[in-house]
Design a binder for this molecule. Structure first.
Ligand code: NAD
Length: 490
């Protein structure tokens, strides 16, 4: 089929999906898509301009009238079929993720599973879309509240979850009766094509879901297009802040999920073996390229030496390699440029006086591809760059503290508030942490408090711009408008 992604690894040219057709009309520029584990080019992605975006939005607008009038049970049935197709194609999707992102196949499978849970939320749209009513607010006067779709809505996605993050957005948006334009990350665009093929196979009418590949130019046009009613964005903090401002200036509803600097607090009463695996998974899983990645280890003085010793031994044995190799524990970074950026942070940590305990630049890694070993710093001061800025790589910075209050204070002083995690066996400490840590996703003896589709994914501070989050009932609220009808019959 034209525009499809073959299961093979030959270089391919990806296509936009506009009004049900796979095409590259109007595209003059393409970018390379790499396999980060080998450094080889595996595909070419269109860098679409404004004219292509305009056509996609026009097709989505055209499809809206009929789609919003499709009975809600029919829309939900399409989501049930989509869920089954995603399950049947789980391995294909996971392989596509590992190929273009580099994460372990096990991590890619888990990503697809988390994404399918978002489709399950959309399957339940007949319940979630219900309104409310109140009889007799005045004599013979009744009030009803309905939820109605917005129209054309758009999603702009980052590279690090090529399946799950688009699935946070379009299933719920479409189930609510909207039509959708997706701009996947130009660095991991193949998986979105597979997601779209399965959606069409599930019976979605043409034009309801469209893909425009590209980078900032395509995104910029979506932000200003008068027919796009809402923007869902996930990506880095500076871009999220700019997207929020720009889309709002054009009168759009916006949810912009942004960067992170997540703290992992270890108290002396924690089960250290369990904590070790959780910290390793959080800091080095997906090569640190997760918005929920643990980046600052906050160790209470009484446990710091013992725990760091365990951590270094574990880092020393961590096998770095291709995500397709079942023995591998950590894959590559997304691009050479990103690897250089992460190395720059390691150099900066040394310059600012942190103690480099384990240097990922010297680790044994495959010669090809964009690999970097795990890195661990100790004696990091909270004001140092590596303690404040998002690195988005396998670098863990240790700050030592004396009390849990000091640890919570560190979390709260961060500009970011995506996640924070505590390891302890004390219910009192856990409660104190849950109550006073200023972050949206809290983990207690959980290394990665990952999003759960039924709940909002709830970053705070500079980790989120907007008011309604993705997932859960926030997702339904974000993609619908409320209409209140007051009536009296004679
Ligand atoms: P990025 O900000 O570079 O890109 C995200 C998207 O924005 C891409 O589609 C890109 O093409 C587009 N874009 C880039 N610059 C733009 C501009 N100037 N104007 C308009 N669009 C632009 O992010 P990334 O490197 O792909 O992803 C990693 C970042 O995403 C990290 O900071 C990570 O923390 C964040 N992230 C956050 C969450 C969350 O839930 N908070 C989840 C995943 C990733």
């Amino acid at each position: 089929m034209s525009g499809t992604v073959s299961a093979g690894r030959d270089q391919e040219t990806l296509k936009n999906l506009i009004g049900g057709r796979w095409e590259t009309a109007g595209v003059t520029e393409f970018d390379d898509v790499f396999n980060p584990a080998t450094g080889e080019v595996i595909a070419r992605v269109p860098l679409s301009g404004g004219e292509v975006v305009d056509r996609a939005v026009a097709e989505a607008a055209k499809a809206f009238a009929a789609w919003r009038d499709r009975p809600v049970y029919q829309r939900s049935q399409i989501m049930f079929r989509y869920k089954r197709l995603l399950e049947e194609n789980k391995e294909r999707l996971a392989c596509s993720i590992t190929l273009e992102h580099g994460k372990l196949l096990a991590e890619a499978r888990a990503e697809v599973e988390r994404g399918i849970e978002c489709v399950e939320l959309a399957c339940g749209i007949t319940m979630h879309l219900q309104g409310r009513n109140l009889e007799n607010v005045a004599t013979n006067v009744d009030v009803e509240m309905y939820r109605q779709p917005l129209g054309v809505v758009a999603g702009i996605c980052p590279y690090n979850f090529p399946a799950m993050i688009p699935l946070w957005m379009f299933p719920v948006a479409i189930a609510c009766g909207n039509t959708f334009v997706l701009k996947p990350s130009e660095r991991t665009p193949r998986t979105a094509v597979l997601l779209a093929q399965l959606l069409l196979e599930a019976g979605l009418p043409e034009g309801v879901f469209n893909i425009v590949h590209g980078s900032r130019q395509a995104a910029a046009r979506l932000l200003e297009h008068p027919e796009v009613r809402a923007i869902s964005f996930v990506g880095s903090q500076p871009v999220a802040a700019a997207i929020y401002r720009e889309a709002a200036a054009h009168g759009k509803r916006v949810q912009a999920l942004s960067g992170a600097k997540n703290h992992l607090i270890v108290l002396p009463d924690a089960d250290l073996d369990v904590t070790l695996e959780a910290v390793v998974g959080s800091a080095f899983g997906s090569t640190g390229q997760r918005c929920m990645a643990g980046s600052v280890l906050v160790a209470q003085n009484r446990v710091a030496d013992e725990f760091l010793e365990m951590l270094i031994e574990r880092a020393n044995n961590l096998k770095v390699g291709s995500g397709f190799d079942p023995e591998t524990e950590m894959g590559p970074l997304i691009r050479e440029q990103h690897r250089e950026r992460v190395k720059g942070y390691i150099a900066k940590g040394e310059q600012e006086g942190a103690r480099l305990l384990f240097d990922g630049r010297r680790a044994s890694v495959p010669p090809q591809g964009f690999f970097l070993g795990p890195t661990i710093f100790d004696q990091v001061h909270p004001d140092m760059t590596i303690a404040r800025e998002e690195i988005f790589g396998p670098v863990l910075s240790t700050v030592r503290v004396e009390t849990i209050e000091e640890a919570i204070d560190l979390v709260n002083r961060s500009e970011y508030g995506n996640g924070a995690v505590l390891f302890t066996q004390s219910g009192k400490a856990a409660r104190q942490f849950r109550r006073y840590a200023n972050a949206g996703m809290i983990g207690i003896n959980i290394g990665v408090p990952a999003p759960v589709a039924a709940f909002p994914f709830s970053g705070w501070k500079k980790s989120f711009y907007g008011s309604l989050h993705v997932n859960g009932l926030d997702g339904i609220e974000f993609y619908t408008e409320k209409k209140v009808v007051t009536s009296r019959w004679f």
